[in-house]
Design a protein around this ligand. Structure first.
Ligand SMILES: Nc1ncnc2c1ncn2[C@@H]1O[C@H](COP(=O)(O)OP(=O)(O)OP(=O)(O)O)[C@@H](O)[C@H]1O
Length: 319
């Protein structure tokens, strides 16, 4: 297990009028052996951050560190950070048997016999009957395919696993099974994990701590029950208010209230100050004191502090 850190990360796509800033000043730490959840609405940059961590998209700025060393410059060989995607087809080739797919990351490292034994062990670990190793992905359900994709990721013996919306395409009844398998396997093997989902309930269930992402930034980071019990950032507060309680009807509340921006005030494109200012109820009430929100971008850092919120107006904020 390893400690993963993302430090001051930016990811920008395109140029000129087509320029999109997908990740902007993101800081995040996943302590060794911990499960950190990452939540945020669609387009907040979660997948891009995940892809940048495994080197699938380049960082425009910042770094990814594994136990203090640059993770993106590591040499060849088994990759210490593995990712599982929303679509199992991203990692399972339909023409290969699942045994071949799970065994592939071990081809250079293990003999055929050792690989067969390891494949059986990994399939068993994720609750798939090893006797089915000769079948192709089409023979399995969506939830089973996700578990096989996890087994393949584990074949590389990663110290960090990134799970990106791995239950989002599944029926709710299957989601629980997959989550339980992921949790059991993580506890058994002890790898660190970044678990990404737009579904707060899912992230809460599986994570030791949660990072909330908004417009490319982590705006709050806290142990799970602290975040749920006393959210500090106005965005997190709005996000939690929109999560239906178990059994209660889902309200129509938006993820964040749209506060009207002052006519001469900041808009969604403004980059100097806080990215949430145009939707922030707290800013709307601040009056002149709110100048700071427009001029200064509050950030969380990758340090050890347990509860951090990227807002100038909460206790413990990083200034
Ligand atoms: N390859 C790309 N080229 C251009 N823009 C991109 C690319 N990938 C992502 N983006 C943009 O970056 C922003 C963040 O997208 P990203 O997919 O990371 O968000 P997300 O939080 O994972 O959302 P979702 O859950 O919908 O995938 C979006 O505005 C998206 O359109």
């Amino acid at each position: 297990m390893s400690r993963l850190e993302v430090v001051d990360a930016d990811v920008t796509f395109g140029h000129g009028a087509d320029r999109t800033v997908a990740v902007a000043g993101a800081n995040l730490a996943v302590p060794a052996g911990a499960v950190i959840g990452l939540v945020g609405e669609s387009g907040s940059g979660k997948s891009t951050l995940a892809r940048a961590i495994v080197g699938l998209v380049p960082l425009t700025r910042g770094s990814v560190r594994l136990d203090g060393r640059d993770a993106l410059r590591s040499g060849r060989g088994p990759r210490p950070i593995q990712m599982v995607f929303q679509e199992p087809s991203s990692s399972l080739d339909p023409r290969m048997t699942i045994g071949e797919s799970v065994g592939e990351p071990m081809v250079r490292r293990l003999s055929r016999a050792a690989r067969t034994a390891k494949v059986a062990e990994l399939l068993g670990l994720v609750g798939i009957d090893p006797a089915r190793a000769l079948h192709r992905p089409a023979a399995f359900s969506g939830g089973q395919k996700q578990r096989i994709a996890l087994a393949r990721a584990l074949a590389a013996e990663p110290s960090v696993v990134i799970a990106d919306e791995i239950t989002s395409a599944l029926d709710v009844s299957v989601q629980g099974t997959v989550l339980n398998v992921v949790r059991e396997v993580q506890r058994a093997l002890g790898f660190s994990m970044l678990f990404i989902s737009h579904d707060f309930a899912v992230v809460r269930y599986i994570s030791d701590a949660i990072g909330v992402m908004y417009r490319g930034k982590i705006v709050e980071l806290a142990p799970t029950e602290d975040l749920v019990g006393s959210p500090q950032h106005p965005y997190t507060q709005a996000l939690l208010a929109s999560v239906p309680r178990l059994g209660a009807p889902r309200t129509a509340a938006p993820a964040a209230p749209a506060a009207p921006a002052a006519p001469d005030g900041p808009d969604e494109q403004s980059t100097a100050g806080c990215g949430f200012v145009a939707r922030c109820g707290r800013y709307a009430e601040l009056g002149p004191a709110g100048r700071r929100c427009v001029e200064d971008d509050p950030l969380v850092d990758a340090a050890q502090r347990l509860h951090q919120a990227a807002c100038h107006w909460v206790a413990g904020a990083v200034l």
